[in-house]
Write a protein that binds this ligand. Structure first.
Ligand SMILES: C[S@@+](CC[C@H](N)C(=O)[O-])C[C@H]1O[C@@H](n2cnc3c(N)ncnc32)[C@H](O)[C@@H]1O
Length: 273
């Protein structure tokens, strides 16, 4: 396990993923009934953007850094930005578990999982002040299997692997059918990298074939899709995409494209809306 998210925290991919997470949670909060968030690859929850690691890549500067000190019009971007802006001013970035925890109500729950033995300890310390949060130290797919369907029967699962293993796409394709069988009403947010050698089309085809309703996907490019040896962009697939979330993400595309200098954002329904 060599991957450490500190090198990438706050980059364009985190912005896309965390914005989506906020919009999904915002939708779930429209009903009073409780929900459960399962963050299967949690990371450490909180990142120092002035650390040697973050400074080494500087990736956050072309991601959330482009929004620093910006006064934004009221709108959907603010839903996310308001949750993280105070940290940003102090040189920190909140990861998915902290963002989710900040959106929970008293009746909701968050399970955050992290496999790395050191990172899970940091994560647990970073999440200690939040109510309704439990940290686990399992393989992500085991953790999902153990916790779905949640008792609440409503919720979202975030799947955000590091893609260090060459067979991660194949693993995801296999695991997806379990999610569908165990918790077919769940919202699943799956993040993936776009690199020249990765079988993105195969992953999307598997997502289509799963047949869960309202499977929607968007892809963000920072380089030409087929450029060799670089991270060219990222994609997010949402299964059971809540009503209005695709439209809300699409309406933010001009802002995201302009601010982060994206070369493209593409949207696609993989199963009917
Ligand atoms: C992309 S990072 C997560 C970032 C986090 N979701 C966020 O948005 O702030 C992926 C994390 O998954 C962890 N990880 C790697 N393999 C794992 C596995 N099999 N099960 C659970 N976690 C794993 C890594 O240690 C890393 O912290």
């Amino acid at each position: 396990m060599n991957y450490r998210h500190i090198y990438h925290a706050g980059n364009f991919a985190d912005v896309m993923k965390h914005l989506t997470l906020c919009l999904v949670l915002d939708y779930l909060k429209k009903k009073d009934t409780p929900f459960c968030v399962l963050d299967a690859h949690g990371g450490i929850g909180f990142y120092n953007l002035q650390s040697i690691e973050a400074e080494k890549t500087g990736e956050w500067k072309d991601g959330i850094g482009r929004f620093e000190n910006m006064s934004l019009e009221e709108g959907d971007f603010n839903l996310y930005y308001n949750l993280i802006k105070d940290d940003l001013r102090q040189g920190f970035y909140a990861g998915s578990p902290v963002i989710a925890a900040r959106m929970l109500r008293d009746q909701d729950r968050l399970i955050v999982n992290e496999l790395h033995p050191d990172d899970v300890q940091t994560l647990t310390a970073n999440m200690a002040s939040f109510k309704g949060v439990r940290c686990t130290n399992l393989d992500a797919y085991e953790c999902i299997r153990a916790h779905i369907p949640p008792a609440e029967k409503r919720g979202v699962v975030l799947i955000d692997p590091p893609f260090e293993k060459t067979d991660e796409f194949a693993t995801l394709t296999r695991q997806m059918s379990e999610w569908e069988k165990r918790f077919e009403k769940g919202v699943y947010i799956l993040w993936y990298p776009i690199k020249e050698h990765l079988a993105v089309d195969g992953l999307k085809q598997a997502a289509r074939q799963l047949g869960l309703p309202r499977t929607w996907c968007f892809e963000t490019l920072i380089h030409p899709r087929r450029q060799i040896g670089t991270l060219n962009g990222c994609g997010v697939i949402i299964f059971n995409a809540p009503f209005t979330v695709p439209e809300r993400v699409e309406s933010l595309a001009p802002l995201l494209r302009e601010k982060m200098g994206l070369s493209g954002i593409e949207f696609e329904w993989l199963t009917p809306a």
